[in-house]
Design a protein around this ligand. Structure first.
Ligand code: CMP
Length: 143
């Protein structure tokens, strides 16, 4: 079973979209195995976006991620990395199809509501960066 890291960014939290976003992944049939509402330190934001550190928008990216609470999550399911990326839509909300999270709610390329891991390697790195292994649950459906 594959796992991915998903995060409702500060714009999504402030616009009360946590429930909407969680609901979409629940209804798709994926399983939530870890979640926390948290402020992000500069250090964590810089590590999370390390691959963008030479980009002109890096500072803006880190400032935005540390500007208010985020809702960090680990989800589990079959082929979840690819399916979640399809559900999120393209990075730029202007190009994201209606029906996708960014297509329906995104405002700009910076304020694009949600982040999701883009590969198995980044999922593993991001999950380890944001969560302790003991915060990630393993549970079966019993009802
Ligand atoms: P995310 O999936 O969190 O990963 C990197 C983020 O960089 C991306 O979403 C966008 O929000 C942001 N981003 C990408 N390109 C730009 C840009 N040109 N200007 C500002 N932010 C950007």
């Amino acid at each position: 079973m594959q796992r991915t890291f998903l995060m409702v960014k500060p714009d999504g939290v402030q616009r009360n979209l946590i429930g909407e976003i969680v609901s979409r992944f629940e209804r798709k049939g994926f399983q939530l195995v870890a979640a926390k509402l948290m402020m992000v330190s500069r250090e964590l934001a810089e590590k999370h976006y390390a691959e963008h550190k030479d980009k002109p928008f890096f500072e803006e990216l880190v400032n935005f991620l540390t500007s208010g609470p985020v809702f960090a999550m680990v989800w589990q399911g079959e082929n979840i990395i690819e399916v979640a990326r399809a559900m999120m839509g393209k990075t730029n909300p202007a190009e994201a199809a209606p029906g996708t999270i960014r297509g329906d709610f995104g405002v700009s390329i910076g304020m694009n509501v949600i982040h999701g891991s883009d590969s198995p390697e980044s999922a593993e790195r991001e999950i380890a960066l944001w969560f302790d292994e003991k915060e990630i649950l393993s549970y079966e459906k019993t009802i």
